[in-house]
Design a protein around this ligand. Structure first.
Ligand SMILES: [Zn+2]
Length: 238
């Protein structure tokens, strides 16, 4: 194992093949079980996210939401509902910048502000992050893992729903791409994505898939049952 991986630790215990330096970035879980992680980025959205939560609840599906910090600050009650219904919250930065254009201090500020907003809403901290546009250099990924113990979570299935190709196309791409351990990317800020979800999710269920949050598909403890205390420096600010 490279030295960097030994130096870096993670808030969640990652499988050894993932925690190696080469795999600071997680795109799928190493499992043969028919398990997928649905992930929804860029919310919470005041109208669409509650609709999605209804759809997930009706099917008892637990998902992971990579939230934008400033949206969390605007709609903390939606984040509270996510957590109450068993979903996991991940960190998708405060204002969704291209992190590759920022220095380390700015990157950490984006993440910290977001984690603090999530903590304020639900008294828990995200344990994973996803960079906007998937854009993050290898050095930045290593820096975030070392400084904030958050692995970078990308995806293995991208329906490109943000291009709004239509609900059926989004559903077909998700169903076509699903594999054991898949991490599926979508966005809960586009109406056609929400419209695609009942078809996509029911199709996955029919194909025999079960659903896990990102932490759980990576074999970590149930995030919803974790309790966190803010780091000292963050507590001093509040
Ligand atoms: Zn995004």
């Amino acid at each position: 194992m490279p030295a960097m991986a030994q130096a870096a630790s993670s808030k969640i215990a990652l499988p050894t093949d993932i925690s190696s330096e080469r795999l600071i970035t997680v795109t799928a879980a190493p499992t043969r079980a028919k398990l997928v992680a649905m992930t929804f980025d860029d919310g919470p959205h005041p109208v669409l996210t509650p609709q999605l939560l209804d759809i997930l609840k009706a099917r008892r599906i637990r998902a992971t939401f990579y939230v934008i910090g400033r949206n969390v600050a605007r709609y903390p009650d939606i984040v509270k509902r996510m957590v109450a219904e068993g979903h996991e919250i991940g960190n998708h930065t405060w204002r969704h910048p291209f992190l590759t254009q920022l220095g380390s201090a700015s990157v950490l500020r984006e993440l910290d502000r977001t984690s603090e907003a999530v903590y304020k809403a639900v008294q828990r901290m995200p344990v994973t992050m996803r960079p906007p546009y998937g854009a993050l250099s290898r050095a930045q990924r290593a820096m975030i893992l070392k400084q904030r113990e958050m692995p970078t979570i990308l995806w293995s299935v991208d329906p490109e729903d943000w291009r709004r190709p239509g609900a059926q196309v989004v559903a077909n791409r998700i169903l076509g791409g699903a594999r054991p351990g898949a991490i599926i990317l979508s966005h809960d800020i586009h109406a056609p994505t929400i419209k695609a979800m009942p078809v996509a999710l029911d199709g996955l269920i029919e194909a025999g898939y079960r659903f896990a949050t990102v932490s759980m598909i990576l074999g970590a403890r149930d995030w919803s049952k974790l309790r966190w205390r803010l780091p000292r420096e963050a507590r001093a600010k509040s």
